[in-house]
Write a protein that binds this ligand. Structure first.
Ligand code: C5P
Length: 212
């Protein structure tokens, strides 16, 4: 079984995907890490993230095990990732890895922006996770504060809005809800009820019911 979880930056889709995978004993792939890995490799050779040739070269020699997840989770890498992710050749290089992962047994949960639309349109369950930009920024600020950082809330919100705009506005595989995806708005949901709601969606699909 394939569960595709898409949604904008800091919507909580990563945590939801991880928890769903643990619940069902499925493998989990955070596809954002692939784009972040390519972006980091570009930055590491001293190039800018919108350098097409450098990004395509980095994608061609992409090694998913090259960087620790912690290194890839910075906001600078996230921003750079949204530039390399708009380059069609970069996306094309990363498709095979994701499609192979989607075939994992007994199942796979993959989160990203285009999983239900491009990578695994055949996924049995598609969930589009969203939350208001203000709530997503609030969560991100709390996360950074938890790491001892002192972020500027207005700057965090502005970065999230800019990244949403780049992800939804690009020509190739833009962020958008698949027509057959179930919308899960977590603006007013803490993580546990959000996970519950996601499990309810999966269970309803498995039982052949329409989710509530
Ligand atoms: O999900 P995450 O915030 O880690 O993604 C980082 C960036 O990678 C996104 O802003 C987006 O530009 C890109 N991405 C993508 N397609 C995916 C996953 C991530 O374009 N499936």
């Amino acid at each position: 079984m394939i569960i595709a979880i898409d949604g904008p930056a800091a919507s909580g889709k990563g945590t939801l995907a991880k928890r769903l995978a643990a619940h069902y004993g499925f493998r989990h792939l955070d596809s954002g890490l692939l784009y972040r890995g390519v972006a980091k490799a570009v930055l590491d050779v001293g190039k800018l993230a919108d350098d097409r040739a450098a990004a395509i070269a980095a994608a061609k020699s992409f090694d998913p095990a090259r960087y620790d997840e912690a290194v890839l989770k910075s906001d600078d890498v996230a921003k750079a990732a949204s530039f390399v992710a708009a380059i069609p050749e970069v996306r094309a290089e990363l498709v095979a890895f994701q499609r192979a992962f989607a075939q994992s047994k007994p199942g796979a949960v993959i989160d990203g922006r285009d999983i239900g639309t491009v990578i695994a349109p055949e996924a049995e369950v598609k969930i589009f996770v969203t939350a208001s930009a203000e709530e997503r920024a609030r969560r991100r600020v709390a996360e950074l504060q938890g790491r001892g950082e002192t972020p500027d809330p207005a700057g965090v919100l502005a970065d999230i809005l800019k990244r949403d705009e780049r992800d939804a506005g690009r020509a190739v595989a833009p962020l958008k809800q698949a027509p057959d995806a179930h919308l899960l708005d977590t603006t007013h949901l803490a993580i546990d009820p959000a996970v519950r709601a996601a499990i309810d969606i999966v269970e309803a699909v498995r039982a052949g019911r329409r989710p509530a």
